[in-house]
Design a protein around this ligand. Structure first.
Ligand code: PHE
Length: 346
C-alpha cells in the first residue's frame, strides 16, 4: 500500500509539473484530490489494515495529500503570474505612437454672420424674438398693412398651404406678433433671425428658402434719426469702421417713410467697380418708420408711440463679407467651402 501511495505521489507531481495552464492544473486537482480520486480510494481501503498499521498509513496519506496540495498551489501561483504577464504583453500600449487626428467641425458661414449680428444687437440692449415659419396670412400680410388684393403682395411670391396659411415670406410677421404681445406698451427692442420662403427659381442670387434678420424698436419719441444712427453702428461693426452708409427712399407697405440702406463699396472705395455695378454703393437692407396702421392694428396708440423696423438678408451680407459668389453655396454643404471658414473661428 505504501508503495502504491508513493507511485501515486510521483504521478501526481509529474502531472502538476506538466500542466500548462490553470484549467489543466485544476483537472489534476480534481483527479487526485477529488472524492472519486485515488487518495480517497486508499483511505477507504484502510479498514482492511491492522490496528498498528492504520495510524502509520493514515499519517502517510496525509503527508502525500499535503505534498500534492502544496505543489498544486505553488504551480497555480506560477501559472497565474504567467497568465498576467502574457495578458500585459498582449495589451501593451505604445504611448509613443502618434495620435489619430481629431476631425474638428466649424460654424457654417451663415451661422457665423447671424451670431455676429445677434451679439451686436444684444450689446445694444435688444432681445431675440422668434416666430413660426408656417404663418397665417393675417400676420404675414394683413397685420403689416397688406390687405388681401394689395398689389404689393406680388413683391413676395408665396408658398400657400391653405387660403389662410402660408410659409412666411419674411420675418416681419414677428414684428406684428411681438407688438401684439406687448399690448400697446413700450419699449420694444427685438431682433428676429429666421428662415423665410419665397416662390423664386433658384439661381446665383435667389433661393426659395433663405434667412432674414428683422429688427424692431417701439417707444415714445423714436425718430428716423434713431434708425439711421443704429444702422450706421451696424454697418461699421459688421463691414468695417471705414464704411459709409446712405439711405435711399423706398417703399414697404408696413413702414412710412421707407428707406433702403446702402454701404460704400469696399472693393473700389466708392469709385465704382463690378461688385457695386459702377455705383460705389451696395444695397444691404430695407427699413423705415413703423406705419401708423401697423401700430394701431397691434394695439398701439400711434400718437403716443412710434418705432422703426429693418429687415436684412444674412446670405447677402455673408456673400459680400466673405466674397461668396453664389447663394446656393450656403445650402449645398460642400465641405471644401465650409472648411474655409474654420480659419475665421475665434
Ligand atoms: N420685410 C421686408 C422684406 O422682406 C424688409 C423690411 C423689414 C423692410 C422691415 C422694412 C422694415 O423685403
Amino acid at each position: 500500500m505504501e508503495q502504491k501511495l508513493r507511485e501515486l505521489e510521483q504521478d501526481a507531481l509529474q502531472k502538476i509539473q506538466n500542466a500548462e495552464n490553470l484549467k489543466e492544473l485544476n483537472d489534476v486537482r480534481v483527479a487526485y484530490l477529488g472524492k472519486k480520486g485515488p487518495i480517497t480510494e486508499v483511505l477507504r481501503g484502510m479498514g482492511k489494515l491492522s490496528a498498528e498499521e492504520r495510524p502509520k498509513m493514515g499519517a502517510l496519506v496525509n503527508v502525500v495529500r499535503e505534498k500534492i496540495t502544496a505543489e498544486i498551489e505553488a504551480k497555480q501561483g506560477e501559472l497565474e503570474e504567467k497568465a498576467i504577464a502574457e495578458k500585459l504583453a498582449k495589451e501593451t500600449i505604445d504611448v509613443t505612437l502618434p495620435g489619430r487626428p481629431v476631425q474638428l467641425g466649424n460654424h457654417h458661414p451663415l451661422t457665423k454672420i447671424v451670431e455676429e449680428i445677434e451679439d451686436l444687437f444684444i450689446s445694444m440692449g435688444y432681445e431675440i424674438a422668434e416666430g413660426p415659419e408656417v404663418e397665417t396670412d393675417y400676420y404675414n400680410f394683413e397685420a403689416l398693412n397688406l390687405p388681401k388684393g394689395h398689389p404689393a403682395r406680388d413683391m413676395q411670391d408665396s408658398f400657400y398651404i391653405t387660403e389662410e396659411i402660408l410659409m412666411r415670406t419674411h420675418t416681419s410677421p414677428v414684428q406684428a406678433r411681438t407688438m401684439e404681445k406687448n399690448q400697446g406698451k413700450g419699449p420694444v427692442k427685438i431682433i428676429c433671425p429666421g428662415k423665410v420662403y419665397r416662390r423664386d427659381s433658384d439661381d446665383a442670387t435667389h433661393s426659395h428658402q433663405f434667412t432674414q434678420i428683422e429688427g424692431l424698436v417701439i417707444d415714445r419719441n423714436i425718430r428716423l434719426s434713431d434708425l439711421k444712427g443704429t444702422l450706421n453702428v451696424f454697418a461699421k461693426k459688421i463691414f468695417g469702421e471705414e464704411r459709409e452708409i446712405r439711405l435711399r427712399p423706398s417703399f414697404f407697405p408696413f413702414t412710412e417713410p421707407s428707406v433702403e440702406m446702402d454701404i460704400s463699396c469696399k472693393m473700389c472705395g466708392g469709385s465704382g467697380c463690378n461688385v457695386c455695378k459702377g455705383t460705389g454703393w451696395i444695397e444691404i437692407l430695407g427699413a423705415g418708420m413703423v406705419h401708423p396702421n401697423v401700430l394701431e392694428m397691434a394695439g398701439y396708440d400711434s400718437n403716443e408711440y412710434t418705432g422703426f423696423a429693418f429687415g436684412m438678408g444674412p446670405e447677402r451680407i455673408a456673400m459680400l463679407k466673405y466674397g461668396i459668389e453664389d447663394i446656393r453655396h450656403f445650402y449645398t454643404n460642400d465641405i471644401r467651402l465650409l472648411k474655409q471658414f474654420a480659419v475665421h473661428e475665434e
